[in-house]
Design a protein around this ligand. Sequence first.
Ligand SMILES: [Zn+2]
Length: 158
Amino acid sequence: MVVWRQEVRDVEFKDVFTDLRKKAELSQNEVAEKVFVTRQAVSRWERGETVPATETLLALSRLFGVSVNTLLGSPRTLVCQSCGMPLSDDFLAQEADGSFNETYCKWCWVDGAFAQECTMEEMVEHCVPLMPLGQAEPEACRTYMRGLLPTLERWKQK
Ligand SMILES: [Zn+2]
């Protein structure tokens, strides 16, 4: 049963990075200056010889407006740990400094806190009408959500 939509991709950092750099119309030099590395480092990334360190990935994430997960070729299927929605960069929450929060969607996490304090059952009711199948088969979606939510960080019994 397909409840939330999901994409599967198979790409690497070098492909994602080169593509973003060209779309942004930046030279290797310009990117290097913006994230404080050498042009040789950028050139090694594009040849697939190295992958940037974490701080540099975060800087690139802010520069291009995409998540670190996307930069790395989406090795993880991100799922909002509050409502269970698969997360593409368009749906990711952002912190005040513009960095991506890769744990929650932008509807669940706003300005550094949960957008709504609610019980798990209230979250189920909140999500069902928003799901592609929610209108046609609300009971099926409720059952799915009641199984999914307890596995997510927000609802796990600590
Ligand atoms: Zn969410």
